[in-house]
Each structure stands twice: as structure tokens, then as C-alpha cells.
Design a protein around this ligand. Structure first.
Ligand SMILES: Cc1cc2nc3c(=O)[nH]c(=O)nc-3n(C[C@H](O)[C@H](O)[C@H](O)COP(=O)(O)OP(=O)(O)OC[C@H]3O[C@@H](n4cnc5c(N)ncnc54)[C@H](O)[C@@H]3O)c2cc1C
Length: 488
């Protein structure tokens, strides 16, 4: 147990270690050791651009070494050696982080989880999937779909992101409204601590109240506390059909009003409720040539999942009648299109899922991920438009997001931004969100980009406790330095 005095000392060390760069640089003898553990082919020293550059193309690390372990034992040996030799590391999944969490901030060694991509077991009675962390989300989805189940979350990056990366970031996405957080769906984890100790917190059971639930600490820890090497996830039963509706609504307020009505009418079936403003849809149309079926100030994309035991025909009829009423009697909806088959379902979803790709395609793009109460949710988009009204090379300020989860993605694109402009945008946004008790990172995490913002959403005493946990799990600060936690 830590005494008060020791506790104080460790805190002091904590504030210092974050400002230390690579503790030791890589030597030929280190590389030889890694080759002896992993074999020549899994120790990469050339063609490292894809590992060094982040998805948004805004940050490029300088790592000269990527290690590709295939077993928990490999990971344990790498970490134990790096800890002894004070070599810093960054853990990388599918490298789709939008906060520069998965790339080196400088020249840390990269551990890519891409070869730890095995599905270990699936229980088709309970729906529990056990797999290695490097399984790509889309692969996991196809696998469980064949067994009559689905993954409890879904996101636009599913073709590249890993299950381990999703857990390490506590990814949200478009099914959160129905299936909730990974804190509820992840039943068990295996993780390797910085000193190489393997923590077996695996379970495939839903109930387990034996002491502190330590696996929860790793969910959303962004690779700073340990490397996730195995996981079991509770998968819900796959619906027999899904219907997606794209609606044109006259105002932001109408989209919130509609959410309340849809919740009360279709609560048993609702599996997504997304908002896009017209500016977002313009970007998707112009940059990706995906044309919306009608023009509207705001678009709502909501999905109904139909489960075994329900009549598909009855639900579809209910939905059609409901939308007719919303259009003709209530005036909450202007236009509506329903998917009729898989092709139209995928086409409608593509407009939502490819927003980030559209925004990235136009000039320089800034993208922010915040949580706000519905009364404030869209106000910040208008405030930002006003703030940037005189910027000559501005392309657009747009808002979209997971409205049912109060999660807004604000995107700003221009030919270029000066660092002063970015600073003024971010100060305005984060102060505004902080003052309203919102979150400055709803689902993307803090990574390298947002770690200094943590105090807008978390009390200093809480952050100090996080730093103490980091010190406990990784006393030499070898794992993902300069990520998640601020220097001071
Ligand atoms: C087009 C697009 C759409 C997106 N949509 C969403 C969305 O709707 N919701 C959402 O939440 N996010 C979204 N994201 C962000 C991103 O996809 C998620 O954060 C995702 O969970 C990251 O997974 P990854 O495998 O790519 O992890 P990476 O980007 O490789 O890593 C992310 C973090 O996790 C750590 N990490 C990775 N693997 C491990 C491991 N095995 N053990 C310990 N730490 C690890 C890394 O060190 C890093 O800190 C989107 C991104 C893109 C590009």
C-alpha cells in the first residue's frame, strides 16, 4: 500500500515524466533482440509511412521500427524488454484515430496489432465472440452475421479499424443509441502491462461481481495503460431486416422533436438516429457524387431493426403511415425516402458513413467531436459560422452527428488555416462546450491532439487520479507517451 509521502513523490515524478522524450533511442542490439523473438519478417524497418502517418494526414511520426507480434507472449516479451531498456512504444490498431492517437508523437517504436487477427471462439447460444485485437471490425461483423448475430457497434471506419482499437478508444458510432457503450458489451479482456505482465481478465459471462472490474480501465485507455491482446464481446441477435429512412426536416428543432416522437413510437426497434445539415450533405454530394433524393435544411437518417417474432410487413406499414402523418398533419417532416432492399439501404447509409471522407477531400479540414445537451447541440455550428464569416478562403462549416447520443461532429474546411485561426476556433469551441458541461471528446478520445483539453471536461483532481493510475500501470512511461494525459 502507498503511504501518503510516497504518494506525493509519485505525483511529482508523474508531472516530470510526461515532458521526457524517448528515454533511449533504438540500437542495433535492440533490433536483433526483436528479430530473435518475432523473426525477421515481423520487424519492419522500411516502408513505414503508413504506420507513421495518421488517417487525417495531419501528423507524421518519425518511427524507424514497427514490430508485428502474433501472440500474447510476443507482446509480453516486447514490453518487458522495452520497459527494461526504457524504449517507448505506440500501440497501433487500424490507424483510423481522428485524434492522432495511434501514430508516434516522435520516434517511438510502433507495435502493430495487424497480425493478431484470429477469431478464437464464438458461442452461438450466448452470442459471445472471443477474438484477438487485430480482427477488423467488418470481418468480425461478417463472421457473427453468419451465426445470426451482429456486433454491438458500427462505425464508418469499419473496413479498417480493429476490435482492439475500438475497445481501446471505447468507440461509439451509429448503433450506440440501441446497444450502448462497449463498457457494457465487453465481457472480458486480456491485456499486457508495460512490464510484460499478462493480466487475464477474460470472462464470457455477463455477471461477475468479484472485486474491482479492472478491465473497464482498459476500455477507452487509448493504449496508455497496456496492450489489449484478447477480448470477449457480447453480440446481440441480428435483426431479420433493417429499414432506413432518410427524412428532410425543416429545422434543427424539428429533428429533436421528431426524436422524442420516434422514441415513444418505435423504441423497441430504433437502432440509429443521425443528423446531417444541408452543408454536410452538400459536401457529400460535391466531393463523392452521392446525390440526396431531395433538398432540405436538415436531414435525419433513422433506422428501424426488425427482430424475429415481429411482422416485417406490419412494421413497414406502421412506419409509412407514421411518416405520412409527420409530413401532412404535423409538418415536422418535409420529405421522406425509405429503403426497400439492401442496395437502397446501403446507398442511403453511404451518405452518412462517408461524410468524413467527403470532408477530408476538400482543402484542409478540421473536425471536432463534442457532446452537448440538445438545447445547445446545433447552436455552436451557427456560432462558429459567425466567428468565421470574414475568413476569405473558408469552404464550409458543417454539423452532423449521432443526435440521439447528444454527439455532434463539427467540421470546418478551408483552403488553409493559419495556426492563429485554428487556435481561435478551438478556444471558442472548447470554452463554449466546457462552460455547458459538455464533453470536448464524445467518442474519438484525446490522443495527442486533444490531451491538453482534458480540463475542459474533467476536474483537476480527477485528472490527477488518472495520472496516478498511469504511474501504477506504466511507471517508466513507455506506453503511448504524450497521449491522453496532459503534461501539467
Ligand atoms: C471514416 C471514419 C469514421 C469514424 N467514425 C467513428 C464513429 O462513428 N465513432 C467512433 O467512436 N469513432 C469513429 N472514428 C474514429 C476511429 O475509427 C475509432 O477511434 C476506432 O475505434 C479506432 O480503431 P483503430 O483500430 O483504428 O485504432 P487506432 O486508430 O489504431 O488506435 C486508436 C487508439 O487505440 C490504441 N490501440 C489500438 N489498438 C490497441 C490495443 N490492441 N491495445 C491497446 N491500445 C490499442 C492506440 O494506441 C490509439 O491510442 C472514425 C474514424 C474514421 C476514419
Amino acid at each position: 500500500m502507498l503511504s501518503n509521502v510516497k504518494f506525493g513523490n509519485s505525483l511529482l515524478r508523474l508531472f516530470r515524466f510526461n515532458s521526457v522524450r524517448q528515454l533511449n533511442s533504438i540500437q542495433a542490439a535492440n533490433v536483433d533482440y526483436f528479430k530473435s523473438v518475432l523473426g525477421e519478417n515481423r520487424v519492419k524497418q522500411t516502408d513505414l509511412e503508413k504506420y507513421n502517418r495518421d488517417w487525417l494526414g495531419l501528423h507524421e511520426g518519425k518511427s524507424s521500427l514497427t514490430l508485428v507480434p502474433s501472440t500474447t507472449e510476443d507482446v509480453s516479451k516486447i514490453l518487458s524488454y522495452c520497459n527494461d531498456h526504457r524504449l517507448q512504444l505506440v500501440v497501433q490498431g487500424g490507424n483510423t484515430s481522428l485524434v492522432a492517437g495511434s501514430v508516434p508523437q516522435d520516434d517511438e517504436i510502433i507495435i502493430s496489432m495487424e497480425a493478431m487477427n484470429k477469431i478464437i471462439e464464438f458461442n452461438d447460444t450466448t452470442g459471445v465472440l472471443t477474438c484477438q485485437p487485430g480482427v477488423i471490425l467488418e470481418t468480425a461483423e461478417s463472421f457473427v452475421n453468419e451465426k445470426g448475430y451482429m456486433m454491438p457497434y458500427d462505425l464508418g471506419a469499419k473496413g479498417s479499424c480493429h476490435v482492439g482499437g475500438n475497445i481501446a478508444t471505447n468507440a461509439g458510432g451509429i448503433r450506440y443509441v440501441r446497444y450502448g457503450s462497449l463498457h457494457g458489451s465487453v465481457l472480458g479482456l486480456e491485456a499486457v502491462k508495460a512490464d510484460g505482465t499478462v493480466l487475464n481478465m477474460m470472462s464470457t459471462l455477463r455477471k461477475d461481481n468479484t472485486g474491482y472490474d479492472l478491465k473497464q480501465l482498459f476500455i477507452g485507455s487509448e493504449g496508455t495503460l497496456g496492450v489489449i491482446t484478447k477480448a470477449s464481446i457480447l453480440c446481440p441477435v441480428k435483426p431479420i431486416d433493417k429499414v432506413v429512412a432518410l427524412l428532410g426536416v425543416p429545422s434543427y428543432e424539428a429533428s429533436v422533436k421528431l426524436l422524442k416522437i420516434i422514441r415513444s413510437r418505435f423504441v423497441a426497434y430504433l437502432s440509429a438516429y443521425e443528423l446531417m445539415d444541408q452543408t454536410t450533405m452538400d459536401s457529400v454530394h460535391i466531393n463523392l457524387h452521392l446525390e440526396p433524393p431531395f433538398s432540405a435544411p436538415f436531414y435525419v437518417l433513422f433506422e428501424i431493426s426488425i427482430f424475429p417474432g415481429s411482422s416485417e410487413e406490419v412494421i413497414r406499414d406502421n412506419l409509412t403511415n407514421f411518416l405520412d402523418t409527420m409530413i401532412s398533419d404535423e409538418g415536422i417532416v418535409n420529405d421522406a425516402v425509405l429503403s426497400t432492399d439492401l442496395t437502397s439501404y446501403n446507398k442511403l447509409w453511404a451518405m452518412r458513413e462517408q461524410i468524413m471522407i467527403a470532408i477530408k477531400a476538400e482543402g484542409e479540414a478540421l473536425s471536432y467531436d463534442v457532446s452537448l445537451e440538445h438545447k445547445d447541440y446545433y447552436r455552436i455550428v451557427d456560432i462558429m459560422r459567425e466567428h468565421l464569416a470574414n475568413k476569405k478562403d473558408l469552404i464550409r462549416v458543417s454539423g452532423h452527428g449521432h443526435l440521439a447520443d447528444n454527439n455532434l461532429h463539427l467540421a470546418i474546411s478551408a483552403k488553409s488555416f493559419t495556426s492563429d485561426e485554428i487556435k481561435s476556433i478551438e478556444t471558442l469551441l472548447h470554452e463554449w462546450v466546457g462552460e455547458r458541461n459538455g464533453s470536448v471528446s464524445a467518442e474519438h478520445g484525446l490522443g495527442m491532439k486533444k490531451r491538453h483539453l482534458i480540463y475542459y471536461s474533467k476536474q483537476r483532481e480527477v485528472v490527477d487520479l488518472m495520472k496516478q493510475l498511469k504511474q501504477l500501470f506504466d511507471p517508466n512511461n513507455i506506453l503511448n507517451p504524450k497521449k491522453l494525459l496532459p503534461d501539467n
